[in-house]
Design a protein around this ligand. Structure first.
Ligand code: GLC
Length: 559
């Protein structure tokens, strides 16, 4: 079955200028862990198609799919060998088209992940580069350099990979001698492209068009802050306390270099030439909100993940500050703020918000981690945090399974772990597998309904039976019911396009604001807070009469 650009987008209100992305709630699907129609233990695109009604029922506006393109899966698909095809473990291009059409039929937009910073080492270009000589056009698509030392035996600089270990790997030249080195910010199976090379730029414009022609509504752009490296590749030693994506550090020679903005301007033009509001969302871990806002100036990307919001501790003053700063800084460039609490790279917020020890981004938690979270407190906080987030003006991102209140899986056996971080740090960092466990659909089914065979690429905890979607669907007090209520009220009241007015009088440990027809009160303190006697629209947990308990958020009808 093939679709043209027009008939793949049948039902959407996609008139230019509607700018759906400004207010959308976008649900992240991590395909390998969402639903597995083939039964091999890895989720797939037919699995997504089979559950589109559940997503419509949840009430999301769009989905973002993590990579499903051809890949050896050394970094769960973020190592792409062919940008124009679906990996057979996820299905086929026809399966993608069917999924896209099914989503559009339900009014759900579809964003796909695009990984431009690096390819897989199995990509045909990299294979050609390995066979070609130093200085050749094939090598110039990647970042090959001669080594330091008398015989080139030392890496060209001291950079350290985000996943641990060095950032360079030496190759053996065609004549069998030790040769040049290539740069890989992530795993050695993920060589970085050279984005100063026009051939690389042209190739990615063509890849954008390939997916736009199929009808996608936009792209989540992986490692958008990494494409350009500082001239001369100067040595740099990261702060050991900083997150692995360098979000806190200033002036990192491989993050946030000014030259990336030209790339986004070129991409903006490519998208603008298509009908119906296609959008680009940047994954850019940068030191400040103000710097991130430069990524979404009116001729660049449309959105950027608000990782500053995600990284904010469960603290009322800090939350008020980051919300205000985000609305100001993104507003100053005419962009919406986004909001996000979980994704496939961070500890799920039902666990993270109750951690009692520092946990740098990318470290993960496992059996030996200090400060493990109390799961009951974590879930309370997560429900309160999401209830606060979904009332904010702008666009919000959800990560599959958070609507079920899933916690991070802490006790995965060592031999089940697959994140390259775990291997490259020799177990020092657990990495991200704990937030990637296949999600539960049906309590009494093999693999909790993830598939029909019971196979699962990461083991699911026994406690997840009671978190399965079918159980929660029937329970008005469940986390799923809370998310459905929040999303329905948000949509009915147009909160995404609203505005925020802070409310005083509830005390320092409370975040309180008005957005249009609702008042939001979130109690982050240790004491209950008195509420005015008004209609409660949604509550993240049980109330104590007229009082709002700790770690609870309510939406009430504004006076
Ligand atoms: C992004 C992805 C992450 C991946 C990395 C390398 O940060 O979200 O999962 O490992 O890029 O592509």
């Amino acid at each position: 079955m093939t679709f043209t650009q027009q008939d793949a987008r049948p039902e959407l209100e996609s008139a230019p200028g509607s700018e759906w992305w400004r207010t959308a709630v976008i649900y992240q699907i991590y395909p390998r862990s969402f639903a597995d129609a083939s039964g091999d233990g890895l989720g797939d695109l037919p699995g997504v198609t089979a559950h589109l009604d559940d997503l419509a029922d949840l009430g999301v506006d769009a989905i973002w799919l993590s990579p499903f393109q051809r890949s050896p899966q050394k970094d769960a698909g973020y190592d792409v060998a062919d940008y124009r095809d679906v990996d057979p473990i996820f299905g086929s291009l026809a399966d993608f088209d069917a999924m896209l059409a099914g989503a559009h039929d339900r009014g759900i937009r579809v964003i796909v992940d695009l990984v431009p910073n690096h390819s897989s080492d199995q990509h045909v270009w990299f294979q050609e580069a390995l066979k070609a000589a130093p200085g050749s056009p094939e090598r110039a698509r990647y970042i090959f350099r001669d080594g330091r030392g008398d015989n080139g035996e030392l890496p060209p600089n001291n950079w350290e990979s985000v996943f641990g270990g060095g950032m360079w790997k030496r190759v053996t030249e065609a004549d069998g001698t030790p040769g040049q080195w290539y740069l890989h910010i992530f795993d050695e199976s993920q060589p970085d492209f050279d984005w100063t090379n026009p051939e690389v730029r042209a190739e990615f414009e063509s890849i954008l068009r390939f997916w736009l022609d199929r009808g996608v509504d936009g792209f989540r752009v992986d490692v958008a802050h990494g494409l350009i490296k500082a001239a001369g590749l100067p040595d740099y030693t990261p702060d050991p306390e900083g997150g692995s994506m360098g979000g806190d550090a200033d002036e990192v020679p491989y993050w946030g270099q000014p030259g990336v903005h030209d790339v986004w301007r070129e991409w903006h033009e490519v998208l603008a030439a298509y009908d119906g509001d296609r959008a680009l969302c940047a994954e850019a871990w940068l030191p400040t909100v103000a710097q991130t806002a430069l990524w979404v100036r009116s001729d660049e990307m449309h959105q950027a993940f608000n990782f500053h919001y995600l990284e904010t501790k469960w603290d009322a003053e800090a939350l008020r500050a980051v919300i205000e700063e985000s609305l100001d800084e993104y507003g100053a460039v005419g962009a919406p703020s986004t909001w996000v609490l979980s994704n496939h790279d961070v500890v799920r917020h039902a666990s993270r918000l109750a951690l009692t020890a520092d946990n740098p981004q990318g470290a993960g938690i496992g059996p030996k981690s200090p400060g493990k979270p109390d799961p009951v407190k974590g879930l309370h906080r997560a429900r309160a945090a999401t209830s606060l987030m979904l009332a904010l003006p702008g666009s919000s991102y959800l990560y599959q399974g958070e609507e079920l209140g899933l916690p991070e899986v802490i006790d995965l056996p060592d031999d089940a772990r697959q994140d390259p971080t775990w291997f490259r740090t020799e177990g020092e960092r657990y990495g991200r597998d704990g937030c990637r466990v296949p999600i539960p659909w049906t309590a009494d089914a093999p693999a909790y309904g993830f598939n029909e065979t019971g196979a699962a690429w990461l083991p699911q905890p026994a406690e997840w039976a009671e978190l399965a979607r079918d159980v929660q669907r029937e329970d008005p007090a469940s986390t799923l019911s809370l998310y459905r209520s929040l999303l329905a009220e948000r949509r009915a009241r147009g909160l995404g396009s609203g505005s925020l007015e802070w409310l005083d009088g509830y005390g320092d440990d409370v975040v309180a604001f008005r957005n249009g027809s609702i008042t939001v009160v979130a109690n982050l303190g240790s004491e209950s807070v008195a509420l005015p006697a008004v209609e409660i629209l949604v509550a993240s947990g049980p109330l104590e009469g007229d009082a709002l308990p700790t770690d609870t958020t309510v939406w009430i009808a504004a006076a």
